[in-house]
Design a binder for this molecule. Structure first.
Ligand code: DCM
Ligand code: MG
Ligand code: MG
Length: 219
């Protein structure tokens, strides 16, 4: 059952690149928002025409781990002229979300374990613990795809141990690997394309599973 009856009006697909896994800082963030009705009219495999997108590269204050640099092609050298995660970045992100139809829900893959707490930690470093607007929610698409794969209408894969890494979710839907990975906007597009394969089921799961965005911080 939903803990909040309202249907989400804007879905915001979201991904971060970071300095690595150890006390990560953000090196790139990307948001792609789509209106609920546009999302429901999406065609499988066709990137929707009407989206709003924000992509920022960020200079971290720490050394980027070699593996993270290797896969993201972001390093301390090529990010040197970018601004850090400062108040301008915080304001741009909040203004971007603020102009969308509410309620808004951020959708990130493995977001509850990775992207949401990292974004909240960057906001906390800037402003201390914040009270986010109560009409900004978040969901983890990994859990959604896992649940959808177990629904009665899905092919019977119950005895197979499936991976729900984003590239594998995408591969099962489109039969090919994503062209680009570990570039925040590319990952966001792969996530959105995976979600629009079954738009009604996906939105229904978003409505039922959306948690307040700062849920991770408060839990
Ligand atoms: N990451 C990493 N090593 C990996 C996979 C990811 O250090 N093998 C870190 C750096 C990436 C971040 O996680 O920027 C986000 O990963 P993704 O590109 O999958 O969103
Ligand atoms: Mg990611
Ligand atoms: Mg990524």
């Amino acid at each position: 059952m939903s803990s909040h009856p309202q249907a989400i009006k804007s879905l915001v697909f979201f991904d971060l690149e970071t300095t690595g896994f150890k006390d990560p800082e953000i090196t790139e963030l990307s948001f792609c928002s789509i209106d609920r009705s546009q999302f429901l009219n999406c065609q499988r495999g066709e990137f929707p025409r009407i989206t709003n997108r924000l992509n920022l590269c960020i200079k971290p204050s720490k050394q980027i781990e070699p593996k993270a640099s290797e896969i993201t092609k972001l390093d301390n050298c090529n990010l040197d002229h970018q601004s850090p995660f400062d108040e301008d970045v915080g304001n741009i992100v909040l203004s971007f979300l603020n102009r969308l139809k509410k309620p808004v829900c951020l959708v990130a893959h493995n977001g509850f374990k990775f992207d949401f707490p990292i974004l909240l930690a960057e906001f906390s470093r800037l402003y201390g613990i914040m009270d986010f607007p109560s009409d900004i929610f978040s969901v983890d698409s990994l859990a959604i795809f896992r649940n959808l794969s177990q629904s009665p209408s899905s092919p019977n894969l119950k005895n197979i141990r499936l991976s729900f890494a984003l590239k594998n979710v995408y591969y099962r839907i489109y039969g090919r690997d994503p062209e680009e990975r570990h570039e925040a906007e590319a990952d966001v597009k792969v996530l959105l394309l995976s979600a629009i394969a079954t738009p009604e089921e996906f939105v229904d799961a978003v409505d039922r599973n959306a948690k307040p965005f700062d849920f991770v911080q408060k839990s």
